[in-house]
Ligand binder design. Structure first.
Ligand code: FMN
Length: 160
């Protein structure tokens, strides 16, 4: 299965995003590569999230999120938001609130402000389908590719 793992990361083109979530006064964010557009009208994105992530609880309760596009120079941000259980995870980066109330990362190339519409179980993840309510470009640059993140997500250990 090791080869499948490598081929998935190297050949199935994906970007790298920081997904911001909020429930009441609590905000959080996590790095995600499994994000894709799945509808034109309405504009829908699907985010595949491990239901054990702290962010999943906030996403479920808050019902909104922002998808923040990382640039190729932002490996440290990808790494930081790829960790869980940090004392003050949101101290990294400059965060403001979007139209939906989701936290948006000002250093990102662009963001998509979303409302959760529904979710579908997908193996060990939940596929959360979100409607894009607003979108803005914030900075210039080229989007980061998942294939450039190497072993950052420790995904090899999840393959049987
Ligand atoms: C490059 C990269 C891509 C990732 N992609 C996803 C993803 O698509 N879905 C997911 O649930 N977790 C993904 N992760 C893992 C989460 O970012 C990580 O488990 C994070 O610690 C969850 O944070 P939280 O527990 O604070 O919510 C990825 C991590 C990295 C480094």
């Amino acid at each position: 299965m090791h080869k499948v793992n490598e081929l998935l990361q190297q050949m199935l083109s994906q970007g790298v995003y920081v997904v911001g979530v909020v429930d009441g006064s609590e905000t959080n964010a996590f790095t995600a590569a499994w994000v894709m557009q799945v509808s034109f009208a309405p504009v829908l994105l699907a985010i595949s999230i491990n239901p054990e992530h702290h962010s999943y609880r906030l996403l479920k309760k808050g019902g909104v999120c922002s998808v923040n596009v990382l640039s190729q120079q932002q490996m440290l941000l990808a790494e930081h938001f790829g960790r869980s259980g940090l004392e003050d995870k949101m101290a990294q980066g400059t965060w403001t609130a979007t139209v939906t109330g989701a936290p948006v990362l000002q250093e990102s190339l662009a963001y998509f402000d979303c409302k959760v519409r529904h979710e579908v179980a997908a193996g060990d993840h939940q596929l959360v389908i979100c409607e894009v309510i607003d979108a803005r470009q914030l900075n210039a640059g080229s989007p980061m590719l998942y294939s450039d993140t190497g072993t950052m997500d420790n995904s090899a250990e999840f393959y049987e």
